[in-house]
Design a protein around this ligand. Structure first.
Ligand code: NAD
Length: 291
């Protein structure tokens, strides 16, 4: 069993850390707000006072924070991972960040003898709670092999997709697909409602055919119920679409539909809805339709 520093105990990190405690690991948690740390301690974990305190004795550091600058701060700051983790420590970053930042972090960590793995996740809060996440992993073979048992404790589909940064590239593609899918499910639901069709029956039959998807089933249900508490915040999806838009431009790849959906997500955020679940794209389709 390992001593694991788990930093970022939010919607995703909280349940992931709890599974690692349940599996018998010594989990030391750190989070900006104290409440989430108290929940972990209640579950059998321990509380750290700051990042340095969390990582100092750890065999493994797992980070699950919002954005690239957050991970960079945890790695490079004075009380961070480079300054305080033991050589040989495995750093598994499960946050969704820019692939180029993941590569830069990996390079700096290797120089210090720290073993970097980028392991962003998909499946949302329900999959974090049920330990059925899909995890796209980048890194050196032996580092990924060392991370695998922990990743399999929180996930069901764990795939090594390439060297450092490759996990984040796959996650960027994931976010492109999910955003487009959500926008089209929202448009379809508003369309069906305009014709007075029972959307519950419609979702059932659509789900059995080629239109079926996890997004249709899960986000279709939250749209029907109009429950827009996150889930996955519009703010975070806006961040992810920024990542994929920049990376696609860098590679010279056209993403015309993805760029359009990125604008729609950005517009919802600009109207002050950044803290709602991304299924709230429905409300914008309704507004554009005068409904
Ligand atoms: P969240 O905002 O709920 O949680 C992030 C947590 O990190 C917060 O509790 C915050 O206090 C903590 N944090 C931030 N900076 C910190 C620091 N320097 N030290 C300690 N704690 C710090 O976000 P989330 O929804 O759990 O998402 C986390 C990451 O996972 C993001 O990169 C997101 O894009 C990705 N993700 C989220 C989902 C989802 O459905 N919510 C799904 C897949 C991937």
């Amino acid at each position: 069993m390992s001593t694991i520093a788990f930093i970022g105990l939010g919607i995703m990190g909280g349940p992931m850390a709890a599974h690692l405690v349940d599996a018998g690991h010594d989990v030391v948690g750190h989070n900006l707000s104290r409440l989430a740390v108290d929940v972990l301690v209640e579950r059998g974990g321990r509380a750290a006072t700051d990042t340095a305190d969390a990582v100092r004795e750890a065999d493994v550091v797992i980070t699950m924070v919002p954005d690239s600058p957050d991970v960079e701060a945890l790695v490079f700051s004075e009380d961070g991972i480079l300054a305080h983790a033991k050589p040989g420590t495995l750093h598994i970053d499960c946050s969704t960040i820019r692939p180029d930042v993941a590569r830069r972090i990996a390079e700096a960590e290797r120089e210090r003898g720290i073993r970097p793995v980028d392991a962003p996740v998909s499946g949302g809060e329900p999959a974090a709670v049920e330990a059925t996440l899909s995890i796209m992993v980048g890194g050196a073979d032996d580092d990924v092999a060392a991370a695998r048992p922990l990743l399999e404790t929180v996930g069901r589909t764990v795939v090594h997709v390439g060297p450092s940064g490759a996990g984040q590239t796959v996650k960027a593609a994931n976010q492109l697909i999910v955003a487009g899918n959500i926008q089209l499910v929202a448009e379809a639901l508003v369309f069906l409602e305009a014709y007075g069709v029972d959307t519950e029956s419609a979702l059932e039959v659509l789900g059995g055919g080629l239109a079926g998807s996890t997004v249709l089933a899960r986000k279709g249900a939250t749209m029907r119920a109009r429950t827009f508490a996150p889930g996955f915040r519009i703010d975070l999806h806006h961040k992810d679409l920024g990542i994929v838009t920049a990376a696609a431009r860098e590679a010279g790849v056209a993403i015309p539909l993805g760029a359009h959906v990125a604008q729609l997500v950005g517009a919802l955020r600009a109207q002050g809805h950044g803290s709602l679940d991304h299924s709230a794209l429905l409300t914008q389709v309704e507004a554009l339709s005068g409904r």
